[in-house]
Design a protein around this ligand. Structure first.
Ligand code: CTP
Length: 467
């Protein structure tokens, strides 16, 4: 493929390009990208690679000289703020028009000058700055956006958001907005693990705020590692894109998904568990988030990364899973993909049970709560659509239909887990969707595809309230 650089253009063209780029506050390379994008859009190509605000959005932001959506980026005061400069670029590449607010703390890490140079508009800093209040004003900043992204979202900023504070420009805008908000938390792993942060995050997700990350790994501070590292700019941009994408089928919907096994302790080193990789449940959570839903994923112990844009609550036992699901309600739909252990040991030994020659210990088991059944039978606060899973080896559809009635759920996704299906731990799934009106058998397909199809069906059901 031939390559062309700005340097190879003739002098007149270069001069025109320089003037046009300066007028828009962009680099010459960025200006070329915009021109090419516009040309592609005119010919009907390339539009799919760009952000398209939800067609159903009641509040379309003021149109600009580009047709991309407006994103208001709030940069919090953490070391990860340096990545927000790259995030500006990644969002612009997708056609978004950016405005930025820097908190006072953020200005210790990135300068308003750098942010202004990248966005082509000055950075907004102060609630009491007469000029910016006169020019734009915090209420317009809150409304002239299709999406607000907070990155990095520090522990302090999360706490202020959860508490509804409005003592600086960033928090006043966040309180005044009626637009979707996406946060990319970033903090030291101990701060992330703190109970106060968990409480604040639970409040924010209950308020409909979307979350991307944090990730595990090395932190920007030297020698620090763990969970708390800000999601990568590309991940944040992809999540922003999925929220803004046209036709977000589950926009405004709240979905709970359970996934993975539960571990029921026998003693400090042994436990009872079902076999489950969590792949299907995690794929459903990811697909629901990609369709614009606010998703809470309650997951048992799995070896999988957290899906982007999903609030993940990690649990060990069935009892904890039940409590986490109850805490995440209300929801429009709940999907129970977890392989919950049916029994737990009646008493958990505080110390390791030692082997004694000729004496095999006897375990006394007690039944675990049935999470699916308890949610499906709720008389108040029942999600409109409750979906269970059934892992069956024989008479798959008949057994699933009986299970649907017994558990009181609306649908059962029955998967054939017989040895010959190869489903356990694998990437494909052979499923039957069992509803009150019968059963539908889907062809064998990847777990991601099963997730997408299921999410489409859920969107249709919630839309028409048809079950
Ligand atoms: N489930 C649950 N809580 C439990 C057990 C199961 O929420 N304590 C949910 C699972 O997440 C799944 C559905 O119930 O959506 C079916 O679980 P399954 O284990 O197949 O059903 P059982 O009632 O245990 O029936 P059996 O083992 O006899 O097939």
């Amino acid at each position: 493929m031939a390559s062309l650089t700005v340097r190879q253009l003739d002098d007149t063209l270069k001069k025109l390009l320089r003037l046009r780029a300066a007028r828009h506050g962009r680099s010459m390379e960025d200006e070329v990208r915009v021109i090419l994008r516009e040309a592609a859009a005119e010919t009907g190509h390339g539009a799919a690679d760009r952000f398209t605000p939800a067609a159903s959005s009641k509040h379309k932001a003021a149109t600009t000289d580009e047709d991309g959506p407006r994103i208001l980026l709030i940069i919090g005061g953490g070391i990860a703020a340096y990545k927000s400069l790259d995030l500006i670029r990644r969002l612009q590449e997708r056609g978004a028009r950016l405005r930025c607010i820097l908190t006072a703390a953020a200005q210790h890490f990135v300068t308003p000058l750098a942010v202004g140079a990248l966005t082509g508009e000055r950075a907004f800093l102060d609630l009491f700055d007469p000029q910016s209040e006169f020019d734009v004003g915090h209420i317009r900043l809150a409304r002239d956006a299709d999406l607000i992204v907070v990155a990095p979202a520090t522990a302090d900023l999360l706490a202020k958001m959860a508490g509804g504070h409005a003592d600086d420009l960033a928090t006043a805008v966040l309180l005044a907005t009626d637009r979707p908000i996406l946060i990319a938390p970033a903090m030291n792993s101990r701060m992330w693990a703190a109970k106060a942060t968990a409480r604040n995050l639970a409040q924010l997700t209950a308020d409909g705020v979307r979350v991307v990350g944090p990730n595990a790994g090395e932190m920007a501070e030297r020698g620090e590692a763990g969970l708390g590292r800000m999601a990568e700019p590309l991940e944040i941009a992809a999540t922003a894109e999925s929220i803004l994408r046209r036709g977000a089928a589950l926009a405004g919907k709240r979905i709970i998904v359970t996934s993975g096994p539960t571990h029921e302790p026998i003693d400090p080193v042994r436990y009872i568990a079902n076999r489950s990789s969590g792949k299907q449940g995690h794929a459903i959570a990811a697909a629901a988030a990609a369709a614009g839903a606010a998703v809470v994923l309650v997951s048992g112990p799995v070896n999988l990364p957290d899906p982007p844009g999903v609030a993940v609550v990690k649990v060990e036992t069935a009892q904890q899973m039940l409590e986490a699901v109850d805490a995440a309600l209300p929801a429009d739909a709940a999907i129970f993909a977890a392989a919950v252990a049916d029994w737990r040991s009646e008493s958990e030994s505080a110390s390791k049970i030692k082997k004694q020659p000729g004496r095999t210990p006897t375990l006394k088991l007690t039944e675990n709560p049935d999470i699916l059944s308890s949610v499906a039978h709720r008389t108040s606060g029942r999600p409109r659509l409750v979906v269970g899973f059934a892992a069956e080896t024989d008479d798959v559809v008949a057994n699933a239909q009986a299970k649907r009635m017994k558990k009181g759920c609306d649908w059962i996704v029955a998967n054939d887990v017989s040895a010959e299906s190869g489903v356990m731990g694998g990437d494909t799934n052979t499923v039957h969707l069992v509803t009150a009106s019968g059963a539908e058998s889907w062809p064998p397909q990847g777990k991601d595809q099963v997730a997408r199809t299921l999410v489409e069906r859920i969107a249709v059901a919630l839309d028409g309230d048809k079950r």
